[in-house]
Design a binder for this molecule. Structure first.
Ligand code: KG4
Ligand code: ZN
Length: 350
């Protein structure tokens, strides 16, 4: 089984070839053309610019991925593409290109939810996750805890009430003048900073009878939801207190380290609660923020002895078509025959 997967939901144009070996998905190639350099000067992704860059890149990226995989396009059995969620202008380029190619070669398309790809990046690891699984998804658009009883069965058990974790990294990076994308910039600054220099809030959304919330709930269940906007405001207030123009290199590094610690402590707190409650065989980490070294280390320590912990390779954490191909593989294994008559949906739900 050869699958050609295409991903263009945000600012990476990517194509990958996946094949089957001993019943498992194997990556033959995974080409990612990043637009970071283009969007850097604007301090974030500009949707119109992203769509145009996808149009320019998509065919060269597909050609390169086939060449690298040494697979002829006529030998592709299934095409697969992210149909949502994401930026509409970006999604449409991937979706319509895939439809056109699949029509020429008369092959089925497996349309996919982008989030499924993030989870399935973990199924490209040597050690395969075992069900039931609890997944922590932390990306630029989402912060979620998901319970998976089996392949393609997703139950949202925790979600953010405001900003996503990656979004918080991006906004704080902007406030500190560290540039875009914020996650990698903050983590580099944090290495040189003191994480105990500032005390930023670790938000717990569990209702508190002492605060008068849920008066009838004497023993409220521990919350698995997230909120990062208060943390972002705390950082902004700290920056104002010092004075934006007076921030030294040391201030920036210390704030970055203290902020990163607060995000990680929040993610670890809720992950431990989810493991306690759902007792999964495997805990998986996914999404762009999963590339954060401190988060990977903190979760490894926190989950030791509690469950098996699997993390994707660094290059499979941020957006790429390889992870989408892995999700398509399991769709096909479960009997998905494809659908060539669908449209891009920027608000697609899991
Ligand atoms: O999964 P992704 O590539 O795109 C979305 O689906 O949103 O995630 C991008 C997000 C950005 O917010 C970026 O700042 C964050 O992942 N990110 C990181 C790191 N690398 C990327 N956050 C923290 N630490 C990192 N090393
Ligand atoms: Zn993503």
């Amino acid at each position: 089984m050869n699958i050609l997967a295409i991903e263009s939901s945000c600012d990476e144009t990517s194509a990958a070839v996946i094949t089957e070996k001993s019943g498992n998905p194997v990556l033959l190639s995974n080409i990612v053309s990043s637009q970071i350099d283009i969007h850097k000067e604007f301090g974030g992704v500009v949707p119109e610019v992203a769509a145009r860059a996808h149009i320019e890149n998509i065919i060269p990226v597909i050609s390169e991925c086939l060449t690298k995989a040494k697979v002829n396009i006529a030998d592709i059995d299934y095409f697969s593409v992210t149909s949502g969620p994401g930026l509409i202008g970006s999604l449409v380029v991937g979706v319509e290109t895939t439809k056109a190619i699949a029509a020429v070669y008369n092959k089925p398309i497996i349309p996919l939810n982008h989030l499924e790809g993030h989870f399935y990046a973990n199924f490209l690891s040597d050690v395969k996750p075992k069900f039931p699984i609890v997944a922590l998804l932390v990306s630029g658009g989402h912060s979620m805890l998901i319970y998976m009883s089996d392949h393609l069965e997703y139950k949202i058990i925790g979600t953010t009430k405001d900003d996503a974790a990656g979004e918080a990294f991006d906004k704080v990076s902007k406030v500190l003048g560290l540039g875009y994308p914020g996650g990698p910039a903050i983590s580099v600054a944090a290495v040189q900073g003191d994480e105990n220099a500032y005390k930023f809030p670790v938000i717990d959304l569990t209702p508190s009878p002492e605060r008068g919330e849920d008066m009838f709930l004497k023993y409220p269940e521990l919350s698995l939801d997230f909120s990062f906007s208060g943390l972002k405001t705390a950082v902004i207030n700290q920056v104002k207190k010092i004075g934006e123009n007076k921030l030294t290199e040391k201030n920036k590094n210390d704030i970055a380290a203290s902020f990163q610690k607060a995000v990680i402590d929040t993610l670890v707190q809720n992950s431990l609660r989810a493991v306690e409650k759902y007792k999964p065989k495997t805990f998986i980490l996914s999404g762009g923020v999963a590339a954060n070294k401190s988060l990977r280390e903190s979760l490894t320590i926190a989950l030791k002895g509690k469950t098996t912990f699997i993390i994707p390779e660094f290059n499979l954490c941020t957006d790429n078509a390889g992870m989408m191909g892995a999700a398509a593989f399991y769709h096909i294994k479960k009997g998905d025959k494809g659908n060539n008559n669908f449209v891009a949906d920027p608000n697609l739900k899991l």
